[in-house]
Design a protein around this ligand. Structure first.
Ligand code: BV8
Length: 239
Protein backbone atom coordinates (compact mmCIF):
# COMPACT_ATOMS: atom_id res chain seq x y z
CA UNK A 1 0.00 0.00 0.00
CA UNK A 2 1.92 2.99 -1.29
CA UNK A 3 1.64 6.72 -0.39
CA UNK A 4 -0.10 6.02 2.91
CA UNK A 5 0.96 8.61 5.49
CA UNK A 6 -1.87 8.79 8.03
CA UNK A 7 -3.54 5.62 9.29
CA UNK A 8 -6.73 5.60 11.38
CA UNK A 9 -7.56 2.34 13.15
CA UNK A 10 -10.92 1.54 14.80
CA UNK A 11 -11.06 -1.47 17.14
CA UNK A 12 -13.89 -3.32 18.84
CA UNK A 13 -14.42 -6.22 21.22
CA UNK A 14 -12.99 -8.74 18.74
CA UNK A 15 -9.43 -7.44 19.32
CA UNK A 16 -9.70 -8.37 23.01
CA UNK A 17 -11.59 -11.66 22.53
CA UNK A 18 -8.40 -13.77 22.51
CA UNK A 19 -7.37 -12.14 25.79
CA UNK A 20 -10.46 -13.75 27.31
CA UNK A 21 -12.70 -10.66 27.41
CA UNK A 22 -16.29 -11.36 26.28
CA UNK A 23 -17.45 -9.69 23.10
CA UNK A 24 -21.02 -8.34 22.97
CA UNK A 25 -22.88 -9.95 20.14
CA UNK A 26 -21.05 -13.26 19.66
CA UNK A 27 -22.63 -16.38 21.18
CA UNK A 28 -22.17 -16.25 24.93
CA UNK A 29 -21.49 -12.53 24.49
CA UNK A 30 -22.33 -9.91 27.11
CA UNK A 31 -25.54 -8.87 25.48
CA UNK A 32 -26.75 -12.46 25.67
CA UNK A 33 -26.54 -12.41 29.41
CA UNK A 34 -27.86 -8.85 29.91
CA UNK A 35 -30.35 -6.66 28.03
CA UNK A 36 -28.50 -3.53 26.89
CA UNK A 37 -31.36 -1.40 28.16
CA UNK A 38 -31.01 -3.01 31.64
CA UNK A 39 -27.32 -2.31 32.14
CA UNK A 40 -25.88 0.18 29.59
CA UNK A 41 -28.23 3.19 29.49
CA UNK A 42 -28.62 6.22 31.81
CA UNK A 43 -32.24 5.18 32.30
CA UNK A 44 -31.12 1.75 33.58
CA UNK A 45 -28.74 3.43 36.04
CA UNK A 46 -31.53 5.66 37.35
CA UNK A 47 -33.95 2.72 37.56
CA UNK A 48 -31.66 0.09 39.15
CA UNK A 49 -28.18 1.45 40.00
CA UNK A 50 -27.26 -1.72 41.92
CA UNK A 51 -27.74 -3.94 38.84
CA UNK A 52 -25.68 -1.56 36.67
CA UNK A 53 -22.89 -1.07 39.23
CA UNK A 54 -22.67 -4.84 39.82
CA UNK A 55 -22.42 -5.40 36.01
CA UNK A 56 -19.52 -2.95 35.68
CA UNK A 57 -17.83 -4.03 38.93
CA UNK A 58 -17.74 -7.58 37.49
CA UNK A 59 -16.22 -6.43 34.21
CA UNK A 60 -13.79 -3.96 35.87
CA UNK A 61 -12.45 -6.78 38.08
CA UNK A 62 -12.27 -9.22 35.15
CA UNK A 63 -10.10 -7.07 32.85
CA UNK A 64 -7.48 -6.70 35.59
CA UNK A 65 -6.82 -10.45 35.27
CA UNK A 66 -6.34 -10.32 31.47
CA UNK A 67 -3.28 -9.59 29.32
CA UNK A 68 -2.88 -7.77 26.00
CA UNK A 69 -2.50 -10.19 23.05
CA UNK A 70 -0.42 -10.22 19.84
CA UNK A 71 -2.94 -7.96 18.08
CA UNK A 72 -2.67 -5.25 20.75
CA UNK A 73 1.15 -5.57 20.66
CA UNK A 74 1.29 -5.33 16.85
CA UNK A 75 -0.78 -2.12 16.84
CA UNK A 76 1.47 -0.55 19.50
CA UNK A 77 4.55 -1.52 17.48
CA UNK A 78 3.07 -0.09 14.26
CA UNK A 79 2.40 3.22 16.06
CA UNK A 80 5.93 3.31 17.52
CA UNK A 81 7.73 2.50 14.25
CA UNK A 82 5.49 4.11 11.58
CA UNK A 83 7.00 7.61 11.80
CA UNK A 84 10.48 6.11 11.22
CA UNK A 85 9.25 4.59 7.96
CA UNK A 86 7.06 7.55 6.93
CA UNK A 87 8.44 10.80 8.39
CA UNK A 88 5.51 12.87 9.64
CA UNK A 89 3.17 9.91 9.16
CA UNK A 90 0.66 9.22 11.95
CA UNK A 91 -1.19 6.23 13.43
CA UNK A 92 -4.38 7.14 15.35
CA UNK A 93 -6.05 4.32 17.29
CA UNK A 94 -9.73 4.79 18.17
CA UNK A 95 -11.22 2.04 20.32
CA UNK A 96 -14.77 1.22 21.29
CA UNK A 97 -13.33 -1.02 24.00
CA UNK A 98 -13.46 0.06 27.61
CA UNK A 99 -10.66 -2.31 28.70
CA UNK A 100 -7.07 -1.05 29.10
CA UNK A 101 -5.31 -3.66 26.93
CA UNK A 102 -4.31 -1.20 24.16
CA UNK A 103 -2.89 1.09 26.85
CA UNK A 104 -0.97 -1.76 28.52
CA UNK A 105 0.35 -2.91 25.12
CA UNK A 106 1.95 0.55 24.69
CA UNK A 107 -0.45 2.38 22.35
CA UNK A 108 -0.24 6.12 23.01
CA UNK A 109 -2.12 7.98 20.27
CA UNK A 110 -5.26 6.26 21.58
CA UNK A 111 -8.86 7.50 21.92
CA UNK A 112 -11.32 5.56 24.16
CA UNK A 113 -14.48 6.82 22.50
CA UNK A 114 -16.80 4.78 24.79
CA UNK A 115 -14.95 5.39 28.06
CA UNK A 116 -12.77 3.25 30.34
CA UNK A 117 -13.47 0.68 33.06
CA UNK A 118 -10.48 1.86 35.09
CA UNK A 119 -11.90 5.36 35.61
CA UNK A 120 -14.82 6.53 37.73
CA UNK A 121 -16.81 9.67 36.93
CA UNK A 122 -18.25 11.83 39.71
CA UNK A 123 -21.68 13.17 38.74
CA UNK A 124 -21.43 15.76 41.55
CA UNK A 125 -18.11 17.49 40.69
CA UNK A 126 -17.65 16.05 37.13
CA UNK A 127 -14.14 14.78 38.00
CA UNK A 128 -12.88 11.58 36.36
CA UNK A 129 -10.58 9.60 38.67
CA UNK A 130 -8.53 6.40 38.13
CA UNK A 131 -10.52 3.58 39.74
CA UNK A 132 -9.89 -0.17 40.14
CA UNK A 133 -12.19 -1.08 43.06
CA UNK A 134 -15.96 -1.79 43.07
CA UNK A 135 -18.46 1.08 43.00
CA UNK A 136 -21.41 -0.92 44.36
CA UNK A 137 -20.79 0.28 47.94
CA UNK A 138 -21.04 3.89 46.67
CA UNK A 139 -17.60 5.14 47.83
CA UNK A 140 -17.00 8.88 48.25
CA UNK A 141 -15.51 10.81 45.33
CA UNK A 142 -11.79 11.41 46.14
CA UNK A 143 -12.15 14.97 44.74
CA UNK A 144 -15.36 16.25 46.37
CA UNK A 145 -16.25 13.59 48.94
CA UNK A 146 -19.77 13.08 47.58
CA UNK A 147 -20.75 9.39 47.00
CA UNK A 148 -21.78 10.17 43.39
CA UNK A 149 -19.37 8.01 41.38
CA UNK A 150 -20.56 6.16 38.25
CA UNK A 151 -18.63 4.06 35.69
CA UNK A 152 -16.81 6.35 33.20
CA UNK A 153 -18.56 4.56 30.36
CA UNK A 154 -20.53 6.01 27.39
CA UNK A 155 -23.93 4.40 27.63
CA UNK A 156 -26.45 4.11 24.78
CA UNK A 157 -28.01 7.52 24.13
CA UNK A 158 -24.94 9.30 25.48
CA UNK A 159 -22.49 11.19 23.31
CA UNK A 160 -19.23 9.34 22.68
CA UNK A 161 -16.01 11.01 23.86
CA UNK A 162 -13.66 13.14 21.74
CA UNK A 163 -15.78 13.02 18.56
CA UNK A 164 -14.09 16.23 17.33
CA UNK A 165 -10.62 14.62 17.65
CA UNK A 166 -11.92 11.50 15.90
CA UNK A 167 -13.47 13.41 12.97
CA UNK A 168 -10.32 15.57 12.82
CA UNK A 169 -8.03 12.53 12.46
CA UNK A 170 -10.50 10.95 9.99
CA UNK A 171 -10.23 13.99 7.73
CA UNK A 172 -6.42 13.42 7.51
CA UNK A 173 -6.58 9.63 7.01
CA UNK A 174 -5.18 7.95 3.88
CA UNK A 175 -6.05 4.49 5.23
CA UNK A 176 -8.94 3.49 7.56
CA UNK A 177 -8.66 0.05 9.18
CA UNK A 178 -11.49 -1.56 11.20
CA UNK A 179 -10.47 -4.44 13.50
CA UNK A 180 -12.70 -6.81 15.53
CA UNK A 181 -15.95 -4.91 15.35
CA UNK A 182 -19.41 -5.95 14.11
CA UNK A 183 -20.20 -2.42 12.90
CA UNK A 184 -23.48 -2.46 14.81
CA UNK A 185 -23.10 0.64 16.98
CA UNK A 186 -23.09 4.30 15.83
CA UNK A 187 -21.43 6.73 15.41
CA UNK A 188 -18.42 4.30 15.40
CA UNK A 189 -20.00 2.16 12.65
CA UNK A 190 -20.39 5.24 10.44
CA UNK A 191 -16.68 6.16 10.41
CA UNK A 192 -15.89 3.88 7.44
CA UNK A 193 -18.29 5.85 5.28
CA UNK A 194 -16.67 9.08 6.39
CA UNK A 195 -13.32 7.59 5.39
CA UNK A 196 -14.61 6.68 1.93
CA UNK A 197 -16.09 10.14 1.48
CA UNK A 198 -12.63 11.70 1.87
CA UNK A 199 -11.06 9.13 -0.50
CA UNK A 200 -9.20 7.02 2.08
CA UNK A 201 -8.55 3.33 1.43
CA UNK A 202 -10.62 1.11 3.75
CA UNK A 203 -9.61 -2.30 5.16
CA UNK A 204 -11.52 -4.67 7.46
CA UNK A 205 -9.66 -7.19 9.67
CA UNK A 206 -12.27 -9.36 11.41
CA UNK A 207 -13.15 -12.96 12.20
CA UNK A 208 -16.07 -12.70 9.72
CA UNK A 209 -17.69 -10.04 7.52
CA UNK A 210 -19.16 -7.25 9.69
CA UNK A 211 -22.47 -5.45 9.16
CA UNK A 212 -20.50 -2.73 7.32
CA UNK A 213 -18.28 -5.03 5.21
CA UNK A 214 -19.76 -3.65 1.98
CA UNK A 215 -18.02 -0.32 2.70
CA UNK A 216 -14.51 -1.79 2.73
CA UNK A 217 -12.17 -1.92 -0.29
CA UNK A 218 -10.48 -4.99 1.19
CA UNK A 219 -11.22 -7.52 3.96
CA UNK A 220 -9.04 -10.12 5.62
CA UNK A 221 -10.87 -12.57 7.83
CA UNK A 222 -9.35 -14.52 10.71
CA UNK A 223 -8.44 -14.23 14.40
CA UNK A 224 -7.00 -10.80 15.30
CA UNK A 225 -3.83 -12.35 16.80
CA UNK A 226 -3.02 -13.72 13.33
CA UNK A 227 -4.27 -11.15 10.80
CA UNK A 228 -3.24 -7.99 12.70
CA UNK A 229 0.50 -8.81 13.24
CA UNK A 230 0.77 -9.95 9.58
CA UNK A 231 -0.82 -6.71 8.35
CA UNK A 232 1.32 -4.52 10.66
CA UNK A 233 4.50 -6.26 9.50
CA UNK A 234 3.43 -5.73 5.89
CA UNK A 235 2.91 -2.00 6.52
CA UNK A 236 6.27 -1.60 8.28
CA UNK A 237 8.16 -3.53 5.61
CA UNK A 238 6.64 -1.32 2.92
CA UNK A 239 4.56 -4.18 1.45
C1 BV8 B 1 -25.21 8.33 20.51
C2 BV8 B 1 -19.78 1.04 26.35
C3 BV8 B 1 -25.91 10.60 20.33
C4 BV8 B 1 -20.69 0.24 27.22
C5 BV8 B 1 -20.90 1.02 24.20
C6 BV8 B 1 -27.80 5.61 13.93
C7 BV8 B 1 -28.50 4.53 13.49
C8 BV8 B 1 -29.04 3.63 14.45
C9 BV8 B 1 -28.87 3.80 15.84
C10 BV8 B 1 -28.17 4.89 16.25
C11 BV8 B 1 -27.65 5.79 15.31
N1 BV8 B 1 -27.00 6.74 16.02
C12 BV8 B 1 -27.11 6.47 17.35
C13 BV8 B 1 -27.82 5.34 17.52
C14 BV8 B 1 -28.14 4.71 18.80
C15 BV8 B 1 -27.00 3.85 19.37
C16 BV8 B 1 -26.74 2.69 18.45
O1 BV8 B 1 -25.82 2.69 17.65
N2 BV8 B 1 -27.56 1.65 18.63
C17 BV8 B 1 -27.32 0.41 17.86
C18 BV8 B 1 -27.45 -0.77 18.79
C19 BV8 B 1 -28.25 0.34 16.70
N3 BV8 B 1 -25.78 4.63 19.56
C20 BV8 B 1 -25.66 5.33 20.71
O2 BV8 B 1 -26.49 5.37 21.58
C21 BV8 B 1 -24.36 6.10 20.88
N4 BV8 B 1 -24.62 7.44 21.32
O3 BV8 B 1 -25.58 8.04 19.39
O4 BV8 B 1 -25.28 9.59 21.09
C22 BV8 B 1 -24.98 11.17 19.29
C23 BV8 B 1 -23.69 10.74 19.02
C24 BV8 B 1 -22.89 11.36 18.05
C25 BV8 B 1 -23.35 12.33 17.31
C26 BV8 B 1 -24.65 12.72 17.58
C27 BV8 B 1 -25.44 12.15 18.56
C28 BV8 B 1 -23.49 5.50 22.01
C29 BV8 B 1 -23.02 4.16 21.66
C30 BV8 B 1 -22.01 3.68 22.70
C31 BV8 B 1 -22.64 2.71 23.67
N5 BV8 B 1 -21.61 2.11 24.53
N6 BV8 B 1 -19.92 0.53 25.00
C32 BV8 B 1 -20.09 -1.06 27.62
O5 BV8 B 1 -19.07 -1.47 27.07
O6 BV8 B 1 -20.69 -1.66 28.50
S1 BV8 B 1 -21.21 0.24 22.69
C33 BV8 B 1 -20.48 -1.33 22.85
O7 BV8 B 1 -21.15 -2.13 21.93
C34 BV8 B 1 -19.02 -1.37 22.46
O8 BV8 B 1 -18.28 -0.29 22.91
C35 BV8 B 1 -19.11 -1.42 20.95
O9 BV8 B 1 -19.26 -0.13 20.44
C36 BV8 B 1 -20.38 -2.19 20.74
C37 BV8 B 1 -20.05 -3.62 20.55
O10 BV8 B 1 -19.64 -3.76 19.27
P1 BV8 B 1 -18.25 -4.52 18.95
O11 BV8 B 1 -17.16 -3.95 19.77
O12 BV8 B 1 -18.16 -4.52 17.50
O13 BV8 B 1 -18.49 -6.01 19.53
P2 BV8 B 1 -19.44 -7.15 18.91
O14 BV8 B 1 -19.50 -8.21 19.93
O15 BV8 B 1 -20.70 -6.55 18.39
O16 BV8 B 1 -18.63 -7.68 17.63
C38 BV8 B 1 -17.38 -8.29 17.81
C39 BV8 B 1 -16.82 -8.50 16.41
O17 BV8 B 1 -15.51 -9.06 16.54
C40 BV8 B 1 -17.66 -9.47 15.57
O18 BV8 B 1 -17.77 -8.96 14.24
C41 BV8 B 1 -16.82 -10.77 15.57
O19 BV8 B 1 -16.89 -11.44 14.35
C42 BV8 B 1 -15.41 -10.22 15.75
N7 BV8 B 1 -14.51 -11.14 16.47
C43 BV8 B 1 -14.81 -11.95 17.51
N8 BV8 B 1 -13.70 -12.61 17.91
C44 BV8 B 1 -12.67 -12.17 17.10
C45 BV8 B 1 -13.20 -11.20 16.20
N9 BV8 B 1 -12.44 -10.59 15.27
C46 BV8 B 1 -11.12 -10.93 15.22
N10 BV8 B 1 -10.54 -11.83 16.08
C47 BV8 B 1 -11.28 -12.47 17.01
N11 BV8 B 1 -10.71 -13.36 17.82
Amino acid sequence: MTNIRNIMILTGAGVSAESGIDTFRDSGGLWEKHRVEDVATPEAFARDPELVLRFYDMRRAAIQTKQPNAAHAALARLEAEWAKRVPGGTVTLVTQNVDDLHDRAGSRNLIHMHGEHLNAWCTACDERVPWRAPLLDRPACPACGVPALRPDIVWFGEMPYRMEDIYGALREADLFVSIGTSGAVYPAAGLVRGARDIGARTLELNLEPSQGSAWFDEARHGPATQVVPAWAEEMLSGG
